[in-house]
Design a protein around this ligand. Structure first.
Ligand SMILES: C[S@@+](CC[C@H](N)C(=O)[O-])C[C@H]1O[C@@H](n2cnc3c(N)ncnc32)[C@H](O)[C@@H]1O
Length: 499
């Protein structure tokens, strides 16, 4: 047996034999990537699938304060910080901070951090977690008792706001209680931190007290909701088939009890953390609520000791739909939600190109040359070109069920390329960057997100150090599998270094 054959065998089922189902499209560049980067691959259970997702955080004090399925675990951040040799006082960036896991773990270890996210949800949760050592236990105990006693007054006419996609998401009593508790919280004499903590507990209760459930790319609706009842009434009138009698949960939660339960849970965690931490590290957590694309280009060179992050995946997952209830509760209206959908790193089929705006932005900070260099570098990446050409061919062949996928994939890697380029500039020599991501397949074309990201990162100067891949891979969608067969879709963590 040749050496290369035995090498391939050890990665059996993890390397892709055929990128383009049926050999329809050119796959030379993707094969080259596979051959080049396989040497850095390590199949591992060091990061179980649980630790790259929110599941492990569920049992962690503090990290479980927001149910954020897209989040990774504190364990994962700890392992990566150890592996990267990050020291107290260093600066770590998470450009896609989400529920704040990277920042919070760093702070517990005396490491400074900077994070970005476009969702106001992140602001609330990061502020709430950051204050864990500062809460006055007596104040939060009083707040909990007040919430337990709170009732919507007789004749109160307020009602929580909706946008089109959230219309009638709650039972009537919940609609008014949500508005009432919001006004009560705003006008109460509790401290800012206590008010923000209550807002977090409310946000965390919304889904369970609604007729919706976060599933896949959209919200699923319960047949008891006004929305489904009305749709079915209209359908019946027209003699159309009715929507199925689907229940998203057996019982729709009682809003006051759910919020109080959340607050009690958070209060327990605060007590435990305050009692057990002998010494509070002084490390900073900086958070900016904005698109990272428009923030990091403004920062000075060479300020970071490392990066730990998980960007949105290239999988059509729309955060503004899944988190619509929470965004609307936090005050976003119809237009603001639509704008946020466009501000997301291109990960939905509705994403439009951000290049014109980004170019103007780079000009406004006197960096037109840098914009040009980054854009041209990305455009000259052969593997990315091959992927886009293959998707266009698939479109002609009728294999793509949504043509927006092409714009999404192109936008996704272009925008990530800008992030990689800026991160390289921001890193000090010796700093490492860890990106968690999943590979995907559209219209029978495998997109090796891990290796393609490595290639782009190397185009900007990073050196690939390791590509971890989890033993448990991502499942193939049943549609793709039926039409094109099964392929390896790695879930991985790529580690790069600025040498
Ligand atoms: C996979 S999640 C990160 C989860 C995080 N690691 C955690 O533990 O909670 C990706 C995050 O990127 C955010 N995001 C998407 N587009 C962004 C952008 N242009 N700038 C900053 N954040 C963005 C999303 O709102 C989401 O919270």
């Amino acid at each position: 047996m040749r050496e290369s054959d035995s090498f391939k065998e050890s990665f059996d089922g993890f390397l892709v034999e055929q990128f383009s189902a049926g050999g329809l499209c050119n796959e030379k560049e993707r094969k080259k990537l596979e051959e080049g980067y396989a040497a850095y691959l390590e199949i591992t259970d060091k990061f179980s699938r649980k630790s790259v997702s929110y599941q492990l955080s569920k049992k962690d004090a503090l990290h479980s304060w927001l149910k954020y399925k897209e989040g990774f675990s504190a364990d994962l951040v700890n392992i990566l910080l150890d592996e990267m040799g990050v020291q107290k006082g260093d600066w770590i960036m998470d450009p896609f901070l989400g529920s704040g896991t990277t920042g919070l773990v760093c702070r517990m270890r005396g490491i400074n951090s900077i994070g970005y996210d476009i969702m106001p949800l992140s602001s609330v949760v990061v502020k709430a977690k950051k204050a864990v050592y500062c809460y006055n236990i007596q104040e939060i105990t009083n707040l909990l008792q007040d919430v337990e006693r709170l009732n919507t007054p007789e004749g109160y006419e307020g009602k929580t706001e909706y946008i089109n996609i959230t219309q009638d998401a709650y039972p009537e009593q919940t609609e008014s209680f949500l508005q009432y508790i919001r006004e009560w919280n705003e006008n109460s004499s509790y401290s800012d931190d206590a008010k923000n903590l209550l807002t977090l507990c409310i946000i965390n209760s919304l889904e369970r007290c609604s007729y919706t459930s976060k599933s896949g790319q959209y919200l699923s609706w319960d047949c008891r909701s006004g929305k489904v009842i009305e749709t079915n009434r209209k359908r019946a009138e027209k003699g159309q088939k009715l929507l199925p009698q689907k229940y998203v949960r057996a019982e729709i939660g009682n809003i006051k009890e759910t919020i109080a339960g959340e607050l009690a849970h958070v209060l327990d965690d605060i007590k435990t953390i305050q009692e057990n931490s002998l010494e509070v590290d002084e490390a900073q957590i900086r958070f900016v609520e904005n698109s990272v694309l428009y923030e990091i280009p403004k920062l000075k060179d060479g300020i970071l000791n490392g990066v730990i992050t998980s960007p949105p995946y290239c999988n059509r997952y729309d955060y503004t739909r899944t988190y619509a209830l929470e965004l609307v509760y936090l005050g976003l209206g119809e237009e603001a939600v639509k704008k946020m959908r466009q501000d997301l790193l291109a990960c939905t089929v509705e994403s439009r190109s951000k290049m014109n705006d980004l170019e103007k932005f780079y000009q406004s900070i006197d960096q037109a040359g840098r914009f040009k260099y980054i854009k041209e570098t990305i455009e000259s990446n052969r593997a990315l070109k091959e992927v886009i050409e293959a998707l266009n061919r698939r479109k002609e062949n009728g294999d793509l069920n949504n043509h927006g996928v092409i714009r999404m994939v192109e936008g996704y890697f272009t925008e990530l390329g800008f992030v990689f380029a800026e991160l390289y500039r921001l890193c000090k020599k010796g700093a490492m960057a860890a990106f968690v991501n999943d590979n995907v397949r559209y219209g029978g074309e495998v997109i090796p997100v891990d290796f393609l990201s490595c290639a782009l990162a190397e185009d900007f100067g990073f050196k690939v150090k390791k590509i971890y891949t989890l033993k448990q891979q991502k499942g193939n969608s049943s549609q793709q599998m039926a039409k094109f067969g099964k392929v390896a879709l790695r879930k991985g963590i790529t580690i790069w270094m600025k040498e």
